[in-house]
Design a protein around this ligand. Structure first.
Ligand code: PMP
Length: 406
């Protein structure tokens, strides 16, 4: 028996999918033309499926800061944050985060995935409880698998179900409720105020992952907790630099007086090399500019309204009734429709993400579109034209009721 034999069904499935080109799961960006356009397979393509929400990947200040840091500090740190991998830039980045969020402590991780993995598995140990939303990101599920706490799941965004589950737990036990500001597949928001109220009433501590809300939710872009005015109720904020910040890395912030000890207990922080100085420098530059990016935020929301309204008018079933985030998910019924639409859209000059079970909630096949502040209104119109043409090519059944109502 070969260890890889168990993957034969997956190998066969991948082979089947790749039969028709372009293969949605094997897209190569040959050249990046801007934050919103790339050359793919010899074609100029509008990117409507990235997490580049604030269009920061080509920000001139962030690029210059990265180049300067590369010259001054070299290509990498070759070490852990707790040994030789903390440069002055990492401390400055943690300070920039504390300034941005107005919180007392910040820890920078090498990815957002590791931030969740590390924080959740370290905070909740044997005898403690972690309570997570059923639609949580894979990094939250993996954190639960890695840690020693007992794990409970509540129905997606259900305040009632969370309350019911919390009531069954011993009053004196330590509990961590893990929430996300915006959920990454359907782009829907959490009712944070109500969920947090229930968590606090049960004596739980609360961690909110703002990966998909930093930059454009809330007055200064801190996320959904800021927008809803509940930041003072959140014990730990987790986030990433791989979306609105436009680079890579993760972080956790807290006002907890004992927070700093986690640097010496959190294995995904300790046992990996720290971020390269160039990445750190561009993250600092981007975070500082996000605070005052009011015009960009307004432009981004305008783009999303245009796309959401336009797709509804065409008769597509969308993941959310109204605009909740820059993520606009088009719900399809089969894998053939999903891959067919993705291919047809590419031929029309538009890239979107494909998402399917088991990665999606309730077994949905989703064309996950997401826009950024970098898109122009004209690009959004071209995306809509592409959807119309692709649906026509595939003879996709569209929702007449939606079309009529719009
Ligand atoms: N949390 C959520 C909700 C995410 O969607 C993601 C990435 N898609 C992460 C964490 C991990 O972020 P990173 O890309 O920095 O590993």
């Amino acid at each position: 028996m070969d260890l890889l034999d168990k993957f034969d069904p997956l190998i066969a499935e991948r082979a089947r999918m790749g039969d028709s080109q372009p293969d949605p799961l094997n897209i190569v960006m040959d050249e990046m033309l801007s934050a919103t356009e790339a050359m793919i397979g010899g074609r100029k393509i509008i990117l409507a499926g990235t997490n580049n929400y604030m269009g920061m990947t080509f920000d001139p200040d962030a690029i210059e800061a990265a180049k300067d840091a590369l010259d001054a500090f070299g290509t990498g740190t070759t070490g852990s944050r707790i040994l030789n991998g903390t440069y002055q830039g990492h401390k400055a980045l943690e300070q920039a985060l504390m300034d941005f969020y107005g919180m007392d402590h910040a820890m920078v991780f090498t990815t957002g995935y590791q931030a969740n993995l590390g924080m959740i598995s370290t905070l909740a140990g044997r005898g403690d409880y972690v309570i997570i939303d059923a639609d949580s990101h894979a990094s939250i599920y993996d954190a639960c698998a890695m840690g020693n706490a007992d794990v409970l799941r509540f129905r997606h965004n259900s305040v009632e179900d969370l309350e019911k589950r919390l009531k069954r737990l011993p009053a004196e036990s330590a509990k961590l409720v893990v929430l996300e500001g915006i959920y990454s597949m359907l782009g829907d928001r959490a009712p944070l105020r109500e969920l947090i109220a229930v968590a606090k009433a049960a004596g739980a501590q609360v961690l909110v992952d703002e990966a998909h809300s930093m930059g454009f939710c809330g007055e200064t872009g801190r996320g959904v907790a800021q927008e809803l005015g509940v930041e003072d109720q959140v014990d730990f904020i987790v986030g990433t630099f791989s979306k609105s910040v436009g680079t890579v890395g993760g972080f956790c912030l807290s006002n907890h007086p004992k927070f700093e000890v986690l640097r010496f207990a959190c294995r995904p922080y300790m046992f990996t090399a720290s971020l390269p100085p160039s990445v750190v420098a561009s993250a600092i530059s981007s975070i500082r500019s996000l605070k005052n990016a009011h015009n960009k935020r307004a432009h981004l929301w305008g783009n999303v309204e245009r796309l959401h309204g336009g797709l509804k008018k065409l008769g597509f079933n969308l993941g959310t009734e109204s605009v909740e985030s820059p993520i606009v998910a088009v719900c399809l019924e089969t894998q053939d429709q999903l891959f067919g639409m993705c291919r047809a859209l590419l031929l029309e000059g538009v890239y979107v993400n494909v998402a399917r079970p088991p990665a999606t909630p309730t077994g949905l096949y989703l064309l996950r579109c997401s826009l950024g502040a970098g898109h122009s209104a004209d690009q959004v119109d071209r995306i809509l034209e592409a959807f119309k043409a692709a649906a026509h090519t595939l003879q996709l059944p569209l929702n007449e009721k939606l079309r009529a109502a719009s």
